[in-house]
Design a protein around this ligand. Structure first.
Ligand code: ARG
Length: 556
């Protein structure tokens, strides 16, 4: 709504004064509602700012503008609060959780590649970050009208499976592996590398086994399949906990029969080169060549990713391909982009990277065995959340369900609250606090509104919007009006943090409002206006939480 007003002002000024790129800002609280800086126009027209003000002030009156003022080189615009507020809140009420939804005129398909853990290895903290960030970006795109395909590009192919199979056949044990699949597989993997120091034929054995696997060897395929199933069980538990789902689990192995075509296409486009027996594509001066096939003909990670891109383009009709993957793979995605450019495609390939997870300032890693398994960490968070809830609200029903949602919400919010390229400090105690910049604080704010509104019927038709003229109402209503714009910013920069910061500020605004003002007043018409106001805040807050992957609660 406010965006619309800005646009109308710009259009009007453009048609009257021919100014193309007029700036209409939303100044920080307390000043005007909108402001036009006059300096550049002053320069252009060789006038002083006051003269510019006099020249254009009449022309900024579009619908909802109440009056204007000249202050310090700015044309300050004040909006007419009552009707504007009514329009904004009615719109939120009508749309409910669909407030901010966008319908795209031209459908666009986006393939979102996130989480993508490696089979036979534990689900790392990097995968956790990728899962949460990717899930949120996926939800944001869906809300904004895109057709999205959420793909879990499982790392289920590659020479490491040669190693796994060799190790299992030499030192493995079926019962042990079934009891504790990933831990056992990791042990075998470590054992392989230890033994390698004494036995220099092991590496070659593993290569041969993987080669045979690529060619469809039955015994190896069965073993590989089993490793995969056992690993997936653990990953699925994780997704269930996090409430994240995917449209496809086509991992690297899925492209086994599609790589040949990709390589052929490279060949027909005259891009292949043989270098020391290996097949490569030169990518120019500023990056190393792409290694497409090894000397023994085995394919590589990048070959599978290339086949995946072509598949995603042809099968889903996607030109926009998003990858939520850690920083260390930056070169890989630059190479992929360059590779497809050279092939004559114009794909929008975005590598959405992110920082590390730190515990006490040190890199958290579930790999080296320094920290507990991630699932145990999450279970511990649920225990802590449960203790907190039981002490706050001992009679609460579904305590377990609530504790799970509070703990998961805390972990997600802790991750998504800052820009994703920054490192995340992982401290369970801090993230589970009910005050401060935390998930529980946001969930609690929503629950608080729920309990304030309990037992009332809200009648939006008869809404008397007079109270909204007061600035402490109107500031929050303007904030609600920004939500659609917030969504666009989050999409443009692939940044869930834009939403997390916005809902934090909204919740804080409401809580400080509620510290001063009563909602449940005697006067029926003020009461109704208050109820509409509070519910609208809750609708936006809950929808923001949903877009981050956090469950809003009714009680906690
Ligand atoms: N499995 C990889 C890893 O854990 C991430 C895969 C990312 N997606 C992709 N299409 N390359 O490092």
């Amino acid at each position: 709504m406010i965006e619309m007003i800005k646009k109308n002002i710009k259009t009007k000024i453009k048609s009257i004064h021919g100014i193309e790129d007029l700036i209409v800002e939303e100044p920080k609280r307390g000043v005007a509602d909108l402001a036009i800086p006059l300096f550049s126009l002053a320069k252009l027209w060789k006038m002083n700012p006051k003269m510019v003000f006099d020249k254009i002030q009449e022309d900024v009156y579009v619908e909802h503008v109440s009056h204007v003022e000249f202050t310090n080189g700015f044309l300050n615009i004040y909006l007419e609060r009552k009707n504007l507020s009514k329009t904004i809140l009615k719109n939120i009420f009508e749309k409910q959780e669909h407030y901010g939804d966008q319908i795209l005129e031209k459908k666009e398909t986006v393939v979102m590649d996130y989480s993508s853990p490696n089979i036979a290895k534990s689900f790392g903290v990097g995968h956790l970050r990728s899962t949460m960030i990717g899930n949120s970006i996926n939800l944001i795109h869906k809300k904004l009208g895109y057709d999205t395909v959420a793909v879990n590009h499982l790392g289920d192919w590659g020479t490491q499976f040669g190693k796994m199979i060799v190790a299992y056949q030499k030192w493995g044990n079926k019962a042990e592996l079934e009891k504790n699949p990933i831990a056992e597989m990791q042990k075998l993997y470590v054992k392989f590398h230890d033994e390698e120091k004494n036995d220099d034929t092991l590496e070659q054995q593993a290569r041969d086994v993987f080669k045979a696997l690529e060619e469809g060897d039955e015994t190896y395929t069965k073993l590989w399949q089993w490793f995969k199933e056992e690993s997936l069980k653990e990953f699925m538990d994780m997704y269930e906990l996090l409430n994240v789902s995917f449209d496809s689990f086509a991992g690297e192995s899925f492209y086994n029969d599609k790589m040949q075509d990709a390589v052929k296409e490279l060949e027909s486009k005259d891009l292949l080169k043989i270098d020391d027996g290996a097949t490569i594509v030169d990518l120019g001066e500023d990056m190393p060549p792409a290694l497409v096939k090894r000397t023994d003909g085995a394919t590589l990670y990048i070959t599978r990713d290339l086949a995946a891109i072509l598949y995603r383009h042809r099968h889903y009709g996607a030109n926009k391909l998003l990858y939520v993957v850690g920083n260390e793979q930056q070169l890989h995605f630059r190479q992929l982009k360059k590779l497809t450019d050279l092939m004559g495609y114009d794909f929008d390939i975005e590598h959405i990277n992110f920082g590390l997870v730190l515990i006490d300032g040190k890199k958290m890693s579930t790999r080296g065995g320094k920290f507990k398994r991630l699932e145990e960490v999450i279970k511990q968070a649920i225990e802590l959340a449960k203790e907190a809830i039981m002490s706050k609200n001992p009679n609460l029903k579904n305590q377990d369900e609530v504790a799970k949602n509070v703990a998961i919400g805390a972990i997600i919010y802790n991750d998504l609250k800052n820009e994703r390229h920054l490192d995340v400090d992982f401290n369970l105690e801090n993230m589970l606090k009910f005050e401060g910049q935390t998930g529980p604080y946001l969930q609690y704010s929503s629950v608080r509104i729920e309990s304030i509104l309990k037992g009332y019927d809200i009648e939006i038709e008869k809404l008397d919007a007079s109270v909204y003229e007061q600035v402490h109402y109107f500031e929050i209503i303007k904030q609600l009006a920004q939500f659609p714009n917030v969504l666009h910013r989050a999409r443009d920069t692939y940044a869930p943090s834009v939403i997390s910061k916005y809902i934090m500020s909204l919740a804080q605004s409401f809580n400080s409002f509620y510290g001063k003002e009563r909602i449940a007043v005697e006067d029926q018409s003020v009461l109704q206006a208050n109820l509409v106001f509070a519910r609208s805040i809750q609708i936006v807050l809950n929808e923001g939480l949903r877009l981050l992957g956090i469950k809003a609660l009714k009680e906690m």
